[in-house]
Design a protein around this ligand. Structure first.
Ligand SMILES: [Zn+2]
Length: 61
């Protein structure tokens, strides 16, 4: 599983998501950014920032 924790990008946010591929994690993260953090314009560098923070969870699990 791939894991993204919003707190790595937005300090203090406890939200996280996991999915079996990066594209789905990014899709959910972008949705969360829009709904929770009021990001109406999703910039390309935000997607890069999200991708850079996605970690592989298989070793931890
Ligand atoms: Zn968040």
């Amino acid at each position: 599983m791939r894991l993204f924790e919003c707190g790595t990008l937005v300090p203090g946010c406890p939200w996280h998501t996991r999915a079996d591929n990066d594209a789905e994690v990014v899709r959910r993260a972008v949705e969360h950014m829009r709904d929770t953090h009021g990001e109406t314009v999703i910039r390309e560098n935000m997607v890069d920032n999200i991708k850079a923070r996605i970690v592989d969870e298989t070793q931890a699990a």
